[in-house]
Design a protein around this ligand. Structure first.
Ligand code: NAD
Length: 467
């Protein structure tokens, strides 16, 4: 029996099945987790469907109060949630704590938004109003890199708009979400929020379920395609936040010593397991050697270890599959480039790879063209900034990107040419709950966060009255 439980219809429930959750820093079983059966998924959807009429009719002020109460509980229990998160995900405890507080802040942010009726026409012939109505049951599917914060991209706007929800975390990181469900259970009417888990086998059923009106999905592009296909039969609304291969482009006027730490952070935060991590770095030839040396020094200094140990900057990769994938890409990169830091897999338990800088590598190799999603950064030399932008844009992905320069006009002009959902100037991966976030190209469909993200959890209804 697991100490963790599913949340279905306001009750904590054992899974019909169980599964082991592994601590990626030790490879030991951390906990037995409940694993829902298909029947339990159906129960959760039925509970959310039953809760919808009353919840959608609840005054928005009451729904906001519930979100605030959830944020309070998350903050009060941040220590416990962060420890669980570090042990299942691998990230250092300070980062996990930041993630839990960040998630609570996302719940708070949405309480400031409203869905006012917009009057489109108020003339002698007609009065036309635009309303934003909730959709019904939402399915929220979350990946393993940021279980708490990505859940908080979805739950608060969905509930604020009057929807009910079934949340499904990733199989390798279910514990923090299960504990979250238990902590907030009594803050919402039964069935408004449900948490189920799976072993990568229920996402398809949730996506195809006739009583689910929308899927809010964050994960890989490959799975995103399956979600899109699975949602077609019932014409579900979908928001897809998918993979990326963000480029950073460093112009010649940049000081390598000052800029390298920011580039390093943009690439190696969460061990590179960030959809908007900088995954390929284009550096002008005039400062290429100096920048490579600075980045290599930072990689060598980074403290890699168990996230629970004080001083750890980078933890392990989150799961064995990802560990094997990054090792494969690293082996390929050794054939096409020069490793100037890292490149080793320490001889110890845990999915550890030392932060790695690869120079003298270029487009057309796996490390540059694919989403490595790990601590291995290719540094690519270029001579013409316009050409670097063209190479950045040549990817099927289009999630984020960044331009680095002391000449802001020049940087702005290049940023404008980038084909990505977000472009940063002199920073990378800055997200906030009030800033809409979404991908161009095969990095996704639709937006999350901000007013745009909230709107995606609603259906427009026009009421057009003759006069
Ligand atoms: P994944 O696609 O393997 O899994 C994501 C989720 O989908 C998991 O909960 C999984 O159980 C579920 N799933 C599996 N098969 C499914 C199916 N057939 N139908 C529906 N759901 C199914 O992704 P991952 O490996 O957990 O996460 C890493 C990927 O996520 C990377 O590509 C990363 O870039 C991307 N990501 C994107 C964003 C973003 O906002 N754009 C944020 C974080 C991660």
């Amino acid at each position: 029996m697991s100490p963790y439980k599913l949340l279905i219809g306001g009750r904590m429930a054992d899974g019909d099945l169980t599964m082991d959750v592994v601590n990626p820093a030790t490879e030991e079983v951390l906990a037995k987790a409940p694993r829902a059966s298909k029947a339990q998924l159906d129960e959760a959807v039925a509970a959310a469907k039953a809760a919808f009429p009353a919840w959608s009719a609840t005054p928005i002020a009451t729904r906001k109060a519930a979100l605030t109460a959830i944020a309070d509980v998350m903050e009060k229990n941040a220590g416990e949630l962060a420890r669980i998160l570090t042990q299942e995900q691998g990230k250092p405890l300070a980062d996990a704590t930041g993630e839990v507080y960040g998630a609570a802040a996302f719940f708070r942010y949405f309480t400031a938004l409203d869905l006012p009726v917009k009057v489109l026409d108020d003339s002698k012939d007609r009065r036309v109003e635009m309303h934003r109505k909730p959709l019904g049951v939402i399915g929220a599917i979350v990946p393993w890199n940021f279980p708490m914060i990505l859940m908080a991209f979805k739950v608060p706007p969905a509930l604020l708009a009057g929807n009910t929800i079934v949340v499904k975390p990733a199989p390798t990181t279910p514990l923090s979400t299960l504990r979250f469900g238990e902590l907030v259970k009594d803050l919402l009417p039964p069935g408004v929020l449900n948490v189920i888990t799976d072993a990568n086998d229920l996402g398809g059923a949730l996506t195809a379920h006739p009583d689910v009106r929308k899927i809010s999905f964050t994960g890989s592009t490959a799975t995103g395609r399956k979600v899109m296909a699975g949602a077609a039969e019932t014409l579900k609304r979908i928001t897809l936040e998918l993979g990326g291969n963000d480029a950073g482009i460093v112009l010649p006027d940049v000081n390598p010593k000052e800029t390298a730490p920011k580039l390093f952070q943009g690439a190696f935060q969460n061990n590179g397991q960030v959809c908007i991590a900088m995954k390929r770095l284009y550096v002008h030839e005039s400062i290429y050697d100096a920048m490579c040396d600075e980045l290599a020094a930072l990689a060598e200094q980074a403290v890699v270890g168990d996230g629970l140990e004080q001083g750890t900057q980078l933890g392990p990769l989150q799961n064995r599959m990802q560990f094997e994938k990054v090792k494969e890409i690293l082996a390929d990169a050794k054939k096409h480039g020069t490793i100037i830091a890292g490149g080793e897999v320490p001889d110890r338990p845990g999915y550890f790879i030392k932060p790695t800088i690869v120079r003298d590598i270029t487009d057309g190799t796996r490390l540059v063209d694919e989403e490595q999603f790990g601590p291995v950064l290719p540094v690519i030399k270029y001579s013409d900034p316009e050409d670097a932008v063209a190479r950045a844009n040549a990817s099927p992905y289009g999630l984020g990107g960044s331009i680095w320069s002391t000449d802001l006009d020049k940087a702005y002009a290049l940023a404008n040419q980038m084909n990505s959902g977000t472009v940063w100037v002199n920073k990378h991966a800055d997200l906030a709950p009030n800033i809409p976030f979404g991908g161009a190209g095969q990095s996704g469909l639709g937006s999350e966060l901000g007013e745009e993200g909230l709107a995606e959890f609603t259906q427009v209804q026009v009421i057009n009255v003759a006069r």
